[in-house]
Design a binder for this molecule. Structure first.
Ligand code: ATP
Ligand code: MG
Length: 616
């Protein structure tokens, strides 16, 4: 269980990439007004920050020194006004920026999710779930941070710094130069810190990715872990990964813990310089006391943004990396394209044809070779074959989940590539090997296929569908019947129940073509009979292509196709194939005979079993 997929989480990349930045700021465009307001507010805050100490200087030099109480009172009022204004502007700025940030996150998440839905299935085969979820959650969060506290604040910081430098130089350029003397120290400290923290953060991110990958696998596979007594081993492995993460994080904390006191020290040094040199100047009468006080305050407001800048660079850097990953995802073109003038019939006849189809999941490693067969409208065809022979693959190709390399797949004589994708899939109801249920009510799951243009029939017909396929008895036993909530992935239902529900879903849709990939899990005879009867009703009057594992399904088919290692080896009815004494005969002897025996055995207790065998 080595983590394989976190390597791309490691790279932090450049601090600033113009191409990425331009694209990122594209997301700000719809919110131009808000962004402009936020920037104006930021400039206001910056200007007010510069104004504070200057007012202080005026107060000391012009009013206190001169004993002008009236002027001082007025100035105090102005000072309070400046503080209040600064508070309001900072609040409004934060609000507007977060408002915008949340909207950008919303837009971006919708775009990512919409893109997921357009991508072909092979993309999801290659990309682990955890990674894709990270794209839509953590990576989007990082970008949000960039917009709300990163870039825009850097802008404000730089403006504040420029204002302060100007004010200091204007008040007294000599003292200003003296207080700037510590800047090289600050720059050096920041550079060292940035380098160290970047390495530590890279390790933290890698460790988090490893923890996530491990958690995802273990939570999903908890049953296996417990059954195979792997709890201790996995616990130990998790402890190791968790420890790595803790240590890496502590390292980064260490650098922060050193850096901020160092910056404070440098700031204190600056204040000391100002006191010393400024004090001398005051004694010589070259400077006023108010100027020294203003300088001390400026120094404080000066060094804070500089030390913050390095943090902002960190945000910028991870935002660049996140945006790169998001854009890479968004740039993945769906490889299955819709025909510009698609075929979109009102009602299909339901004829299926494979013409010399060759297909590979991985290039050069075909799993289907030159497969040709035809299913006439209304015909029931079963596909049988050993595990891994390519049965489910045929089904995936039919609904165009993957693109084939050679040959043609035709529905009603029209190549699936010319079909309108929605129309194509609407003709078919597909029951996959492992039934997927969404969290929601039973009823919602039966009507899953409905959409705005194709609304679900009324609840009565949905129930009728459930009744037809014998799903109603178990549904009514649930606490709230059709309104019962199904747990995620349908884990609160048994495999057989899930299958019946999937049948109801298919029947309610009333398709021309029924595609069914039978579950391989064996079921008890009683359920088997229910399912068989349900299937019969389901296939009534439709074309059906069924990957069959159960003898009863196979025997009720009009025709059987025997697949072996991706090639069609035999085709015909049950009797014909048995008479051929070929592969089907062998399969029958090995596999299905036992099923037959099982059915015979239960015959004595279950009257209905006889009817099943009669049919056989
Ligand atoms: P079973 O009876 O066990 O369901 P199957 O006949 O349905 O088997 P398929 O699922 O069609 O078998 O698989 C055929 C071959 O293609 C197998 O060798 C399998 O390893 C491979 N395969 C299936 N799905 C993928 C995939 N998404 N990516 C790569 N290879 C795949
Ligand atoms: Mg299969």
């Amino acid at each position: 269980m080595k983590p394989k997929h976190y390597h791309d989480e490691e790279a932090l990349g450049k601090i600033y990439d113009r191409r990425l930045a331009r694209r990122m700021f594209g997301y700000l465009k719809p919110y131009g007004t808000q962004v402009t307001i936020a920037i104006l507010l930021l400039l206001t805050v910056a200007a007010l920050q510069v104004a504070g100490p200057y007012l202080m200087k005026i107060g000391i030099d012009d009013y206190i020194a001169a004993g002008d109480w009236h002027g001082l009172r007025l100035l105090a009022l102005v000072f309070v006004g400046v503080l209040l204004l600064q508070f309001v502007a900072a609040y409004a700025q934060a609000y507007v920026m977060n408002w915008t940030g949340q909207r950008i996150m919303y837009d971006l998440r919708m775009e990512i999710f919409g893109h997921f839905q357009r991508l072909q299935l092979s993309f999801f085969d290659k990309n682990p779930v955890g990674r894709l979820i990270t794209r839509a959650t953590t990576d989007v969060d990082v970008l949000n941070e960039l917009f709300t506290s990163g870039v825009i604040k850097i802008f404000g910081d730089i403006f504040t710094l420029a204002g302060i430098v100007a004010a200091m130089l204007w008040i007294n350029w000599k003292l200003a130069l003296v207080s700037f003397a510590v800047i090289p120290l600050l720059v050096a400290a920041t550079a060292v810190f940035k380098m160290k923290v970047r390495d530590a953060f890279r390790r933290v991110r890698t460790c988090i990715a490893r923890i996530n990958a491990f958690l995802q696998e273990n939570v999903t596979g908890m049953a296996v872990v417990q059954v195979f007594g792997q709890k201790e081993r996995q616990y130990e492995e998790f402890r190791r990964r968790n420890q790595d993460h803790r240590d890496a994080f502590l390292d980064s904390i260490f650098y922060y813990a050193v850096f901020y006191p160092v910056v404070n020290l440098i700031g204190a040094l600056a204040v000391a310089l100002i006191l010393w040199y400024g004090g001398l100047q005051v004694m010589e009468g070259a400077l006023t006391l108010g100027a020294v006080v203003a300088f001390i305050q400026y120094a404080d407001r000066f060094y804070r943004p500089i030390s913050d800048l390095s943090e902002k660079f960190g945000i910028l850097q991870s935002a660049m990396a996140s945006s790169e990953r998001i854009f890479k995802l968004l740039d993945t073109q769906p490889s299955i394209e819709q025909d510009p003038q698609p075929y979109r019939p009102r009602q299909a006849r339901g004829e299926i044809e494979f013409r010399n189809v060759t297909f590979a999941y991985k290039p050069g490693n075909p799993v289907l070779h030159d497969v040709s067969f035809k299913v006439s409208p209304g015909e029931r065809v079963a596909i049988v074959g050993a595990t891994g022979s390519g049965k489910s693959t045929i089904i995936s190709l039919l609904s165009r989940f993957y693109e084939i390399e050679e040959g043609q797949i035709l529905i009603d004589g029209v190549d699936v590539r010319q079909w309108d994708m929605g129309a194509l899939r609407r003709q078919m109801a597909i029951v996959l090997q492992d039934v997927f249920l969404f969290s929601g009510t039973v009823e919602e799951n039966i009507a899953l296929w409905s959409s705005r243009e194709h609304p679900a029939p009324d609840p009565k017909s949905l129930r009728e569908a459930a009744r037809q396929v014998h799903a109603e008895p178990f549904i009514e036993e649930l606490e709230q019947g059709y309104q019962s909530r199904i747990a995620e992935r349908g884990s609160s239902l048994s495999v057989g129940q899930r299958q019946l529900l999937a049948f109801a879903r298919a029947l309610a849709r009333d398709p021309r073509v029924l595609i069914l990939d039978e579950a391989t899990s064996s079921i008890d005879t009683e359920t088997e009979l229910l399912i068989q009867d349900a299937l019969d009703r389901l296939m009534q009057g439709r074309t059906s292509l069924v990957v069959a594992h159960r003898l009863s399904t196979i025997q009720t088919s009009d025709r059987i196709i025997v697949l072996h290692k991706g090639r069609i080896r035999e085709a015909g009815t049950h009797q014909q194939l048995l008479a051929q004494k070929g592969l089907y005969h062998t399969l029958y002897q090995l596999q299905y005979k036992d099923q037959l025996k099982g059915a015979w055995a239960s015959e004595g207790q279950d009257g209905e079993a006889i009817s099943c065998l009669d049919r056989a």
